[in-house]
Design a protein around this ligand. Sequence first.
Ligand code: GLN
Length: 295
Amino acid sequence: MNPPTCAHALAAAQAQGLDRLDAQLLLLHALGKPGDARAWLLAHDTDVLPEKPAEDFRAMCARRAAGEPLAYIVGSKEFFGLTLQVDARVLVPRPDTETLVDWALECLKAPAMPPKPAVLDLGTGSGAIALAIAYSLRATAHQARVVAVDASADALDVARDNAGRLGLSLDFIQSHWLKEVGEHFHLILSNPPYIASADPHLEALAYEPLTALAAGEDGLDDIREIVRQAPGHLLAGGWLLLEHGYDQAEAVCALLAQEGFVQVQSRLDLAGIARCSGGLWPGGQGIGAGFQTAG
Ligand code: GLN
């Protein structure tokens, strides 16, 4: 057989069932080129692939065809304009979660927020949410102190490496939700596990950590726990914002209202699905006057 050209290799990958885009990104990775060099592939359609990249490409295509996320194979994922290193220790950041970050930034830039608010990201995984917030506010008057929590020491290692690589400073706490967290925050947010444990979708996500995905019979176990614990760690006027499943907005809003949150509302993701819900903690006994000015 003649040595394969770029075009042959891509056609073979697609015949194996890979998306065209995935095949292109894997071939660029095999060639040591960045993911934004797809135009190079078009221009070099008829180039013969050297043996080593050809072999690496075939091996990577086999992994992808078996269902491994592209991000684990290439070792990185873009989120909110940042390149994050990811591997099987953490969930792959999803574009849906950018909705949560957008909402948090809106709250943090509101006139009621003091400068340098304290923000807590629960279940940080790769650090995606915490880093996107720290990065977006880094050179502004709203520059936040961002604390990232995860129960998994492995996940915290990944998040710490990402922070180091991006030159962003976060504080890290290993904790099951708020258990080991001492202070109070202006905003707490989380993309917790929210898939029902018997949901057939979990099968397609088998490469990612189950503890980051599944949350009991109705998928709401962790959200219930966070909603219960958060008031003890929010300043009066502080926000709790949660990502959840496509059909959980009503249930999450009810949990928030029941707990005493006000201004309870949801936000739509890029597909138009109510993907995040949150509310404002009006304050109460024992945590000081809060930060909202009267009127
Ligand atoms: N949005 C992810 C998915 O359905 C799940 C992430 C999560 O459970 N937090 O693939």
